[in-house]
Design a binder for this molecule. Structure first.
Ligand code: ZN
Length: 250
């Protein structure tokens, strides 16, 4: 794995992560077209985004390889710890990420903050995947880019329900993803200096992504769009990523 680190230029990481973050702008389109979205759409959007994240987490875990499984697992514990700690420290551990009505005034800022922390973990995923190989890095960045669209739709729906113009909400959704670029580049550069950190970084991303899906994206979705439908949409989105990972160019 480590032999390929040097051949992926840092510029490729920067461009791929920037495109992934920029994809969030498309998430604002449903708001521009429709204004207010049905609550079930918010549930579906979170389920699809969550399923894509679980697929990415699976791919990252298998990329870690059998010899490094223990280090990947230890990294996953750190990733879960990161999510738990940052949510506690920012007072957002009980925050539902998809409420449109009857929210306190600080809810809008909290949701942007949670989205920014969420995107940071996904930046680590892109950076670690790029360190595995350029094709795997591009694949991971593409999956994160696609998933940024429904996630941005949810954020934009919350913000427009609070009086933000749809176009500004789409801009804020992109802004919340900017640290995804930073974390991708930093993670990649750090692994480039110390290749032994790669399984730890892969594991960190796996733990953080799975934790974010279970604790942040899915809980409220079940109430908004029905349990079976949400479960099926999540599994389907996850399966697509795993399938595409199996057939992608190496
Ligand atoms: Zn996400």
């Amino acid at each position: 794995m480590s032999g390929e680190i040097a051949v992926t230029p840092i510029l490729a990481v920067l461009v791929a992560a920037a495109l992934a973050a920029g994809a969030a702008a498309f998430g604002g389109i449903p708001l521009v077209l429709r204004g207010r979205l049905p609550l079930a759409w918010i549930g579906w959007a979170n389920a699809i985004a969550g399923g894509l994240m679980l697929g990415v987490a699976y791919s990252l875990f298998t990329a870690g390889g059998r010899p490094d499984a223990l280090r990947v697992a230890a990294g996953a514990v750190l990733g879960i710890g990161f999510v738990a700690f940052t949510h506690r420290a920012t007072g957002t551990h009980d925050l539902d990420l998809n409420r449109l009505d009857q929210t306190p005034s600080e809810y809008g800022y909290q949701v942007i903050l949670v989205s920014a922390l969420h995107a940071a973990a996904e930046g680590v995923a892109i950076g670690a995947a790029m360190a595995v190989s350029l094709p795997f890095g591009i694949f991971t960045a593409a999956a994160i880019a696609v998933h940024n669209v429904p996630e941005a739709t949810v954020l934009a729906a919350i913000l427009t329900a609070r009086g933000v113009r749809p176009r500004d909400a789409a801009g804020l959704a992109v802004a919340a993803n900017v640290n995804q670029i930073l974390l991708a580049v930093v993670t990649f550069a750090v692994i480039g200096e110390s290749a032994g950190l790669l399984p730890w970084a892969l594991g960190f991303a796996v733990g953080a992504l799975v934790c974010l899906v279970l604790a942040e994206l899915l809980p409220e979705s079940y109430r908004q769009a029905g349990r079976t439908g949400i479960a099926l949409a999540t599994i389907l989105a996850m399966g697509v990523v795993i399938l595409l990972d199996a057939v992608r160019p190496r």
